[in-house]
Design a protein around this ligand. Structure first.
Ligand code: AHM
Ligand code: MG
Length: 333
């Protein structure tokens, strides 16, 4: 088996049109890469080290915290302690942003992340992920984070690491989507595919269909349509593993749609589960860079302005044709 052995850093340094200077990009990605390698290594033996199960705490989202969630968050905190030019971190596992004032300069950045995406899979050796995004801080930012509460179109980097039979790092810095596979014997992420494009349509959908009773009518009709089996375009197969990054990975490569519709409450208002700033906005940037789309069901996710760092919203993401079809069904009313 041969490999061209292009490392992530070497590939970054050869890039010409990135959203931030390549030197900054290389420094930030080197830290994310390190965090990913530590998490990948830990996941392979977590069951033997007593690292599965719950801590007994509940996080800011009201969800029970898994030991690996907490540990994964600490891995990022450690990685960026010496992580100039990153001066702030926003995490699914932290109620408030974390600041490293010694890293604050004229040009500094915030990394937003979900350290262990798909936490319900940790104890069953299922697929897991790490999702991340990078936003540039305003030149004269203070302790507040108002400058970070802009739409996802302000992200300068977005990506995820998928921990499956192999560990793959997928990212974009506004110049296409590239995929790297971790060669464990070398300890390096090596280039697998560059400038990946999502097919305009696919043949699979990913959703927790058990929630259908709580959705808007339009979402149920959309699902009934794509599984009505009248022809090829209405004969989709279900593929759902319960980890957003892992489900998205299939769509990125093969096309199709992932949806997590909002739950309609009594007043008719629909509430999503997935978080905007470190789950749906990063994957929407990747989807768009690959020619696909990320939508709330009513419009482009990258245009949604968060009101707070842990905001949640409905998501429809993947191939451009399926996402457009979902919108036509008025999936969110
Ligand atoms: P998590 O970050 O706490 O793991 O929650 C997000 C996850 C996504 O990865 C996944 O797509 C979804 O929640 C699964 O939800 P459900 O268990 O309702 O299907
Ligand atoms: Mg999580």
């Amino acid at each position: 088996m041969s490999s061209p052995a292009i490392t992530l850093t070497r590939h970054i340094m050869a890039k010409k049109t990135t959203a931030i200077p390549v030197a900054d990009l290389a420094l930030i990605m080197e830290r994310i890469e390190l965090a990913g390698k530590r998490i990948a290594r830990e996941l392979t033996v977590a069951s033997l080290g007593g690292e599965l199960g719950y801590t007994g705490d509940t996080n800011v989202q009201g969800e029970k915290v898994k030991k690996l969630d907490q540990w994964g968050n600490q891995v990022f905190l450690d990685a960026f302690e010496h992580g100039y030019p990153v001066c702030s971190l926003i995490s699914e596992e932290m109620e408030e942003p974390h600041h490293y004032s010694s890293n604050c300069r004229e040009n500094s950045y915030c990394v937003l992340y979900d350290p262990i995406d798909g936490s319900s899979n940790t104890d069953v050796n299922g697929s897991l992920g790490t999702i991340f995004a990078v936003r540039k801080r305003a030149a004269k930012h203070g302790k507040g984070i108002e400058d970070l509460l802009g739409p996802g179109s302000q992200q300068v980097v977005a990506g995820y690491i998928a921990y499956g039979p192999s560990t793959q790092l997928v990212y974009t810095a506004g110049a296409g989507v590239d995929i790297f596979t971790l060669d464990r014997s070398l300890g390096e992420f090596l280039l697998w595919k560059e400038n990946v494009k999502t097919p305009a349509h696919g043949s699979t959908y990913a959703v927790n269909q058990g929630n259908a009773g709580k959705w808007h009518d339009g979402a149920r009709k959309f699902l009934a349509h794509i599984t009505s089996r009248k022809d090829k375009r209405t004969s989709y197969s279900l593929r759902y593993c319960g980890a957003f990054a892992a489900d998205f990975h299939r769509l990125l490569l093969e096309g199709g749609i992932y949806l997590y519709p909002g739950e309609v409450s009594e007043g008719g208002k629909s509430k999503g589960k997935l978080r905007l700033m470190y789950e749906t906005a990063p994957l929407s940037m990747l989807a768009e860079q690959a020619g696909g789309r990320g939508s709330t069901g009513k419009g482009r996710i990258l245009e949604v302005v968060p009101s707070a760092i842990h905001d949640r919203l409905p998501v429809y993401i993947g191939s451009a044709e399926e996402v457009a079809m979902a919108e036509e069904f008025k999936v969110e009313g």
